[in-house]
Design a protein around this ligand. Structure first.
Ligand code: G4P
Length: 536
């Protein structure tokens, strides 16, 4: 590939893409920031569009109601908009921690992330988990410290906490002046200007700019705060590391911005940082012919990409499922023929969808970084690669060992075919993990309790199956790998009661307790027990 020059129009179009996700602990302000980014990007005209959806999502039943109002759930997944001659793809990550597996997969499809931190609360549990996932791929992170209009923590403390807990260097780009009722704005350390804060504006507001930290206007306007600002700035200029694009792109350092999403303050800077610093679509590792791996460059002409999410019920009339597909190279054109690598056969890609802020439209043209929605009738699984010919498979889309298990039992035993079909499809979609045990028992594994409720409801609505979930005597699951055939057969013979198969047919050890797992691992040192598995 290396000696074939990349098509110039592909190089040009790829360079204009920015594909990112927002990570945060629930309530830190992700929905608000998403909305404001869309507002600033001109993708929505009215505040409240994204918010309304979220508040309806709080309770399980409401959440499902909302999911049923199809058009809406589409917008929740991917939002594309144009901003300053760039095409921005914002991938939504479900906020509720019960859907964290879904979030992890979405993060494999982004090139950068914006981390929202509640300035009063600092680093929270879900932030830590999500950042770990970003770290797996060294995803560059832009930090937005939100809610500065409230009584919040000391700025130096916050930065120190981010550095210590998240193990990432902070390079403040803006610096807050005051907080809560006396929040005056931010000082831009790189541009030597103060951006004044005006509260409660529901429209886009540029704010007022004051040039230079020594400017006497600052003394007039903020006599009580300006002294501390100058002291702080002197301190950080001496103490903290200056912003380094290289360290940011390597995931070692995060530029930090302060603001208040609800007040539209600091949002513009985040968009600018995405354009100026966040990387365009990056080369990605793919396995070739099940043996080697190679880096696929985003401007390579042949089309490639992978499915990172499957979402059902986007259209009540069609009961369709949409596979969300990240393009990694080449160009999508309607009607193109691609190779479904796992199935080893050709398929035609037509009528793929793209997702604007509040509608889905037919995709006409897509390049690396863009997300297309492919109508799926079960042929596409999470992790599947499609290519224009080459036999390669993208790596790194994880399944995590579930933490909660239950066995599905039917109220009406005659419906077992439907149950099987329903669970198979919901498993492929990633809504829940499904393991089939010897004798045909179906065992469900989830990361969060809410997943069971969603699955029970969907089985009822979509497959007309009334199933009861009973708690199962399982502590954890481990994917198994064997050094050779003989070991596999011996292990399977001895442990048949504790083995299940996942939706792709991979063997899994279902441990009854931590102790049981330890004993088995000790007894079978050559067998691999894995807490995660890659799709595909
Ligand atoms: P999430 O998606 O991360 O869960 O957070 P979301 O944006 O929904 O924000 C959580 C709460 O924090 C919301 O309040 C929201 O209005 C508030 N919030 C977001 N940004 C700011 C900010 O800059 N300053 C202040 N003071 N609050 C902010 P809520 O009461 O839960 O919802 P709502 O009734 O305001 O909609």
């Amino acid at each position: 590939m290396a000696d074939i020059p990349y098509p110039p129009e592909l190089l040009r179009d790829v360079a204009k893409r920015r594909t990112f996700g927002i990570i945060s602990h629930p309530d830190a302000g992700k929905t608000t920031l998403t909305e404001k980014l869309l507002l600033f990007g001109g993708a929505i005209q009215l505040a409240g569009t994204v918010k309304a959806r979220k508040s309806a999502r709080h309770a399980t039943s409401d959440w499902m109601e909302v999911e049923k109002q199809r058009g809406i759930s589409v917008t929740s997944s991917v939002m594309q908009f144009e901003y300053q001659d760039h095409t921005i793809n914002l991938l939504d990550t479900p906020g509720h921690q019960d859907f964290s597996e879904d979030t992890y997969r979405v993060l494999t499809a982004v090139d950068a992330a914006v981390m929202v931190i509640d300035a009063a609360k600092g680093v929270e549990a879900q932030t830590i988990k999500l950042l770990e996932v970003c770290r797996l791929r060294n995803t560059p992170i832009i930090t937005f410290v939100n809610k500065m209009d409230r009584e919040v923590r000391e700025t130096f403390d916050l930065l120190q906490e981010i550095e210590e807990v998240l193990k990432i260097d902070c390079a403040p780009i803006t610096w807050p002046i005051g907080m809560g009722k006396t929040f005056r704005g931010v000082y831009h350390l790189l541009e030597d200007r103060v951006l004044r804060f005006t509260a409660g504006e529901e429209k886009r507001s540029e704010g007022e700019l004051i040039k230079g930290i020594a400017n006497a206007q600052l003394d007039e306007l903020f006599p009580l705060e300006v002294g501390k600002l100058r002291e702080d700035v002197e301190l950080i200029q001496g103490a903290s590391s200056p912003f380094s694009l290289g360290d940011f792109l390597a995931g070692k350092q995060t530029p930090v911005f302060f603001g208040s999403g609800i007040n539209n303050f600091g949002v513009q800077e985040i968009l600018q940082a995405l354009l100026d610093w966040a990387p365009p679509p990056q080369p990605r590792v793919a396995g070739v012919n099940d043996a080697d791996t190679r880096l696929v460059q985003p401007a390579e002409a042949p089309f490639t990409g992978f499915v990172f999410k499957i979402q059902a019920n986007m259209d009540p009339k069609h009961r369709d499922r949409i596979a969300f597909f990240r393009i990694c190279s080449g160009r999508y054109t309607s009607g193109m023929k691609v190779r479904h690598v796992r199935m080893g056969r050709e398929m035609k890609l037509a009528n793929a969808l793209t997702f604007m802020a509040n509608e889905r439209v037919l995709m006409e043209d897509g390049v690396a970084g863009d997300i297309i929605g492919i109508h799926n009738h079960g042929q596409l699984h999470i992790g599947d690669t499609l290519t224009e010919g080459e036999n390669l498979g993208y790596k790194g889309i994880p399944y995590f060992s579930p933490e909660l298990f239950s066995a599905a039992r039917l109220r009406d035993p005659l419906k077992s075919k439907q149950l099987q079909k329903g669970l198979q499809e919901l498993g492929e979609e990633g809504a829940i993990q499904v393991f089939e045990q010897e004798g045909g028992n179906m065992l469900l594994g989830a990361v969060g309790q809410l997943q069971f409720e969603v699955v029970a409801q969907r089985l009822k609505d979509e497959y007309k199956v009334d199933a009861i979930f009973e708690s199962a005597d399982i502590h954890t699951a481990r994917w198994l790998t064997f050094p050779d055939e003989l070991t596999r057969r011996n292990f399977e013979r001895e442990q048949s009661m504790r083995i299940g198969k996942d939706v792709d047919g991979n063997p899994v050890y279902l441990a009854s307790s931590r102790y049981n797992l330890e004993v088995t691992m000790e007894k079978w040192p050559k067998v691999g027990f894995h807490a995660t598995r890659e799709h595909g």
